[in-house]
Design a protein around this ligand. Structure first.
Ligand code: CAA
Length: 379
């Protein structure tokens, strides 16, 4: 066991912290209020190498490890999860699958611009009637010889509007159920694609979340990722890594809210002393600190397993479950500690509480994580 970070990991954490505090904090309230996509901030994220930080150097990525990814995701999510979700989806759900299963041509054409952040990716699995029940894909990819013809609707797509490259899961052989699903790399500007309007969400309001409709969209055969029928497994494997990203995001939301509450409790006076000196508040902060530390260990353990090339699906589900539940509890307590001030936008904690809720839902709800964890308990 070694609980120390390397110099490089600490440098990456500090760079992410500096970026978040200097470039994300100003304007985060307004972007949330207006549901305004963080165009400039995402460009800076690309310049700093965070959008493709997990991709190998040979494909223009940052060549960084998953521990560094956890540290960077935590720092950015302390301030603005609408930005960190863009970074997480691009790294874990899009670049990872292309790097792991793509052909050399696909890597040159799609991975390199995604890793540089010049192009953004999106992962199109969820549908109006296939959310948690992801095998029930209704979108079809009919085999037409040299291409697939794609029809259907995808829902809740992060980066739906801003992405240039989609990974689309679609059913080619319904009789084979999940074994008939393909994963296709699709240019988002292809003829026949219509992007719905930006969802008016409770939290993470600045990230773009849309439906995407496919009407006879032609996708060349050479754009299939992996073998015929490998799409569902590719999606599940991608989500194993994606859940490390979202767990780290939830961790950041929790630690961001905790830091604000700790500071406030040392400044705010009631009944003649700073409220941190009232046990009711001190014990809340103690519970928050313990749960955050436990969530951090879960995230780092899953990341470490991934970096060691060991199985990490169970660990990432545990990290996602625990960190998301912690984020919800901690942000609720942070609002409580702030009292009335916590309920207004200027103090940030109400936004963090709204953002926390989504971490219990996307990339597999907390209930789905329990399915994954409990199935893994049985030999
Ligand atoms: N790796 C590889 N293969 C896997 C796998 C994994 N982690 N998990 C399942 N599979 C395989 C199974 O082995 C099985 O294949 P075989 O028949 O060949 O053995 C196949 O996939 C089907 O698996 P199950 O029988 O377990 O399927 P199920 O219907 O019982 O449920 C589930 C699986 C885990 C519940 C899955 O449907 C699931 O994860 N659902 C949640 C979907 C989800 O997380 N969506 C998030 C959308 S993306 C998003 O939110 C991104 C964003 O915008 C931020």
């Amino acid at each position: 066991m070694n609980f120390e970070f390397t110099e490089e990991q600490l440098m990456i954490r500090d760079a992410a912290r500096d970026f978040a505090q200097r470039e994300l904090l100003p304007g985060v309230i307004e972007r949330d209020e207006k549901s305004e996509y963080p165009t400039e901030q995402v460009k800076r994220l690309a310049d700093l190498g965070f959008l493709g930080m997990l991709v190998g150097l040979e494909y223009d990525g940052g060549g960084m490890d998953t521990i560094s990814y956890v540290l960077a995701m935590e720092e950015i999510s302390k301030v603005d999860s609408s930005v960190s979700v863009i970074m997480s989806v691009n790294n874990s759900l899009v670049c990872w699958g292309v790097e792991k299963y793509g052909t050399e041509e696909q890597k040159q054409k799609f991975l390199k611009p995604l890793a540089r952040g010049g192009k953004i990716g999106a992962f199109l699995l969820s549908e109006p009637e296939a959310g948690s029940d992801a095998t029930s894909q209704r979108t079809t990819a009919v085999d037409m010889g040299d291409h697939y013809l794609v029809n259907g609707t995808k829902n809740w797509i992060t980066n739906g509007k801003s992405a240039s490259i989609y990974i689309v899961m679609a059913q080619t052989h319904p009789e084979l159920k999940h074994k008939g699903i393909n994963a296709l790399l699709v240019d988002s500007k292809s003829e026949g694609i219509t992007v719905g309007s930006h969802e008016n969400k409770m939290g993470m309001r600045a990230s773009d979340t849309c439906s995407v409709m496919f009407n006879n969209v032609k996708v060349p055969k050479e754009n299939r990722l992996g073998e015929e029928g490998f799409g569902f497994k590719l999606a599940m494997q991608s989500l194993e890594g994606g859940r490390i990203g979202i767990a780290s995001q939830a961790l950041g939301i929790a630690s961001g809210a905790y830091e604000l509450a700790l500071k406030y409790a040392q400044e705010r006076k009631a009944f003649g002393k700073e409220i941190i000196h009232h046990q009711a508040i001190a014990f809340k902060l103690a519970d928050m600190a313990v749960e955050i530390e436990a969530a951090r260990f879960f995230c780092l353990k899953a990341a470490w397993l991934k970096d060691q090339g060991k199985p990490y699906g169970q660990a990432s589900a545990m990290a996602k479950l625990y960190a998301a539940e912690t984020a919800m509890k901690v942000t609720t307590e942070a609002v409580q500690i702030h009292g009335g001030y916590g309920y207004v936008k200027e103090y940030h904690v109400e936004r963090l509480m709204r953002d926390a809720k989504l971490t219990q839902i996307y990339e597999g709800t907390s209930e789905i994580q329990k399915i994954v964890i409990s199935r893994g308990l049985v030999d």
